[in-house]
Structure formats: structure tokens, C-alpha cells
Unconditional design. Structure first.
Length: 56
């Protein structure tokens, strides 16, 4: 199951920069994760400074 980004996202970009498969893109008003591209590695979850990312 792909990871998801909650409304707590502050658009800092840490998750996007850490994603090894480039599954994260800038959305409005928060970053979004492409469920088809996400490999469930969890790297983004650990990089988010506000804990806005969780397993979907």
C-alpha cells in the first residue's frame, strides 16, 4: 500500500528530495505521492519533519 501525505504537510520538500523512485510531486496545497510509482520503501516517512506521511 502506497504512502500518503496528510494535510499537515508544510511543503518543505524533504520527502520529494528523499524519494528514490521520484514518486512524490508538488501538489496544491501539499505534496502528493503517486501510488502507482511508490514502492513502499518508507524513506519519505522518516524524512518528514512534521510527521505528515504515513502508510496508506
Amino acid at each position: 500500500m502506497a504512502y500518503v501525505i496528510s494535510d499537515e504537510c508544510t511543503m518543505c520538500g524533504c520527502c520529494k528530495d528523499s524519494c528514490p523512485v521520484e514518486a512524490i510531486a508538488e501538489g496544491d496545497p501539499k505534496y502528493v505521492i503517486d501510488a502507482d510509482a511508490c514502492t513502499d520503501c518508507g524513506t519519505c516517512e522518516g524524512e518528514c519533519p512534521v510527521s505528515a506521511i504515513s502508510a496508506g
